[in-house]
Design a protein around this ligand. Structure first.
Ligand SMILES: [Ca+2]
Length: 220
């Protein structure tokens, strides 16, 4: 009676480890003044889905948040505590993105370090008391895969996209001002996971577990 339990447990462990964390939008945010961190880039784009310029100035590290704020108000910040500043809600489990006054887009970009099937899941959230509305997008490998319009305070919009990516292909999380620049602070949170290709040792274990199960079933 013990054999089936062992075999099933082995299978469960192998299958349960099939998804591997490849990145987290909030917790991967760097504590330094570099606008990059591993596979991540933080910056601005003149057009939605266009070239991303990493932040080169405007670094802030004060008691309230960490990140970048350009003179035109294009910003990507990670709040250090939860509070309301002016009309903006800052919460620690979301980054805070804001587009620029001239229509510059705030962008968080992730680049696939290796080929694989990735699940990109998360949400945008309107983080202003009186929002004027923003368009938020997820572009994958230069293609618009998700678009939403946030118009009411604390409105959320979730995405969950599975995509096969080659090494070097990008995922952009973008906040655009939707034509009117005022009160456009927008939260962004989420994660990227990959479906791991089993290592040879795992394949061997899986085969062993399957063989054990077959053996036990034959003996019943
Ligand atoms: Ca707006």
């Amino acid at each position: 009676m013990i054999l089936p339990l062992i075999a099933r447990a082995s299978l469960f462990v192998i299958l349960a480890t099939g998804l591997v964390s490849a990145g987290n939008i909030v917790t991967d945010f760097p504590a330094s003044n570099l606008p990059t961190n591993g596979d991540w880039i933080y910056g601005a784009a003149a057009t939605v889905g266009g070239a991303v310029t990493p932040f080169a100035a405007g670094f802030i590290d004060d008691s309230d948040y960490l990140g970048w704020a350009l003179g035109d108000s294009t910003l990507v910040l990670r709040p250090k505590h939860t509070f309301t500043g002016g009309t903006v809600y800052y919460v620690t489990d979301f980054l805070n993105l804001h587009p620029g006054s001239g229509g510059m887009n705030a962008v968080v970009r992730w680049t696939a370090p290796s080929a694989g099937v990735y699940l990109i899941a998360g949400q945008f959230k309107s983080h202003d008391v009186i929002p004027s509305g923003v368009n938020a997008y997820v572009y994958i490998a230069g293609v618009n895969e998700y678009a939403t319009l946030l118009t009411t305070t604390l409105q959320t919009a979730g995405f969950s996209i599975s995509k096969s990516l080659a090494a070097g292909q990008t995922v952009d999380f973008i906040v655009n001002f939707a034509g009117t620049y005022i009160n456009d602070s927008t939260g962004l949170q989420g994660s990227i996971t990959s479906s791991a290709v089993p290592e040879p040792s795992s394949m061997l274990l899986m085969g062993t577990a399957a063989a054990l199960l077959a053996l036990v079933r034959r003996r019943r």
